[in-house]
Design a protein around this ligand. Structure first.
Ligand code: BES
Ligand code: ZN
Ligand code: ZN
Length: 518
């Protein structure tokens, strides 16, 4: 997609479809909707005047209405897109409305569209403090870019409906400067491309995207973006004594991949490296298919377990954006990728394995494999010098039971690191809900035979006992754990995004890392 930001008049712009946003400015909660266009162009407001007055269009979030041959405009069609209530407008609504504009073009076969940058005259001042135009601009292009892909990748009669050109038509005002709109647009394009890259990885079936191929895709991305990347396999796992990671990998015909990507900020001229500067460690669960192993999963829905590498893909996507946005902080990403298979060589319930840290683990359930690969990944990241850790994993079904599919799980052993993450959600617009990770749950993972066992024994609080298992391997290092099992895959097409991989966590991880930039 060729995306352009143009400071140009919307009325005179020739395009198959021009989208313009509207908000509902009714203030009382039970009042009739009062839609107002976010455009100051007389020609655009005139063209929409009749339908705006008709009451047919209520400016609800994601609501659209299409007019053909709009009077006084060069555009062939005018699309009204609702952003919902003005008083509750946030970056997330802007992102969704941007997405809805693009999704409306798809069934109509329109591949070149233009969007009027939302002009803020209908919004109150206090609103605009919350919603600076830089963020508005970023969210708009993110939403539009994330709405573009469809995941019917392997259909023989697949029609390419991807946008060819997207033009954002903006107007500079006192509050919305050209520089800020441009900066938001540039950042948004980078972030959305990274998230779409993550989604393209998560979309791949397990027979295509093996651990080896995941390593190749990560290496190719790093080569393109100027990041250092090393991809190791079985030998290195043995050399590092990664007994927990290897236990999961040993039953598969596909060799595991340990992927290490490094971003090093450029030193400014004449400056020496800062002593004790933080080093961010991004660790991802990369199970390219999770059958459950010997503790095999039921057949129903097992095909979904191809997305059990969404945590790894999120980290790879975040690294892609980091390479382009260049925060002043070192970042190392460790991806632990394997396939969890039943086999004569598989690990078994009752086995005791030794993790890289030296801790012994009693295996109770081979389907609790994510925490095993992450245990070694987190410990290894520490030995590489990481001072702050974050992991992302489709870790537990219990987290989906607890939070459903709208919020992902957030756990931490450190208030500051956690607060920074929660702050990053304001920019990312993603939803994470903090769950406890306190030591009173620790006894549930006591083992009689070893230092620790890999499940809590009961289903109750399963997301928490999984987090506590990981906590054993991070020690005092500030750490944030993201359980994205419920949010990595969209079961239904939504107004602003296709069915399939979501790319959850990329944006929040990126903002969290940037918050440590010197
Ligand atoms: N990959 C699954 C978790 C999962 C569930 C991801 C649903 C996406 C959607 C994980 O490896 C797993 O199987 N966890 C078990 C742990 C249990 C055996 C303690 C679970 O959640 O049932
Ligand atoms: Zn599993
Ligand atoms: Zn799994």
């Amino acid at each position: 997609m060729d995306a352009k930001l143009l400071f140009q008049d919307a009325a005179g712009f020739a395009t198959p479809m021009l989208a313009v946003f509207a908000v509902d400015i009714a203030t009382a909660n039970d009042a009739e909707p009062l839609p107002a266009l976010l455009s100051t162009s007389d020609a655009v407001t005139d063209a929409a005047e009749k339908v705006m007055a008709s009451g047919e269009f209520k400016a609800g979030l994601g609501e659209t209405l299409l007019l053909h041959a709009p009077n006084g405009l060069k555009a062939e069609r005018l699309l009204l897109v609702g952003m919902g209530k003005a008083k509750s407008l946030s970056v997330d609504e802007v992102r969704k409305a941007g997405g809805a504009a693009v999704r409306a073009a798809k069934p109509r076969g329109l591949r070149q569209i233009a969007i009027v940058f939302p002009e803020d005259h209908a919004l109150s001042d206090e609103h605009l403090d919350e919603l600076p135009c830089m963020l508005m601009s970023r969210a708009l292009i993110e939403g539009a870019s994330l709405a573009d892909p469809d995941y019917d990748t392997y259909k023989s009669d697949r029609k390419d409906t991807a946008l060819q050109t997207l033009s954002i038509l903006a107007k500079e005002t006192e509050k919305s400067t050209r520089a800020e709109i441009q900066q938001g647009f540039d950042e948004g394009l980078i972030v959305a491309a990274a998230q779409n890259f993550t989604r393209s990885l998560v979309n791949e079936p397990g027979n295509v995207l093996t651990p080896t191929v995941l390593g190749q895709r990560a290496a190719a991305m790093c080569a393109e973006m100027g990041l250092k990347c090393e991809v190791f396999s079985t030998e290195k796992l043995h050399e590092l004594k990664m007994g927990a990671f290897w236990a999961v990998a040993q039953g598969s015909a596909e060799p595991p991949a340990l992927i290490v990507m490094t971003y090093e900020p450029k030193l400014e001229k004449g400056k020496s490296p800062v002593k004790d500067a933080p080093v961010m460690g991004l660790v991802g669960k990369g199970i390219t298919f999770d059958t459950g192993g010997i503790s095999i999963k039921p057949a129903d829905g097992m095909e979904k377990m191809k997305y059990d590498m969404a945590g790894a893909a999120a980290m790879i996507g975040a690294m892609r954006a980091i390479a382009q946005l260049k925060p002043k902080v070192k970042v190392i990403s460790v991806i632990c990728s394997a396939e969890n298979m039943p086999d004569g060589k598989s690990f078994k319930p009752g086995d005791v394995v030794t993790a890289m840290s030296g801790k012994t683990i009693e295996i109770v359930n081979t389907d609790a494999e994510g925490r095993l690969v992450l245990a070694d990944g987190l410990h290894y990241a520490k030995t590489l010098g990481c001072t702050h850790l974050i992991d992302a994993a489709t870790l537990t079904g219990a987290c989906v039971v607890a939070l459903g599919m709208l919020n992902a799980g957030l756990f931490s052993n450190n208030e500051e690191a956690c607060e920074r993450f929660q702050n990053s959600l304001k920019t990312s617009g993603e939803k994470f809900w903090r769950l406890p990770c306190t030591d009173d749950y620790r006894e549930q993972i006591n083992s009689q035979i070893a230092d620790i066992r890999n499940t809590g024994g009961t289903r109750w609080g399963g997301a928490i006992t999984a987090a506590l298992f990981l906590k054993e391997f991070v020690g005092d290092t500030p750490w944030v754990h993201l359980d994205i099992a419920g949010c990595a895959w969209n079961e239904e097409v939504k107004p602003a995004i296709a069915k399939g991989p979501t790319g959850i966590a990329v944006r929040s991880i990126l903002e969290w890392v940037r918050s440590y930039s010197a």
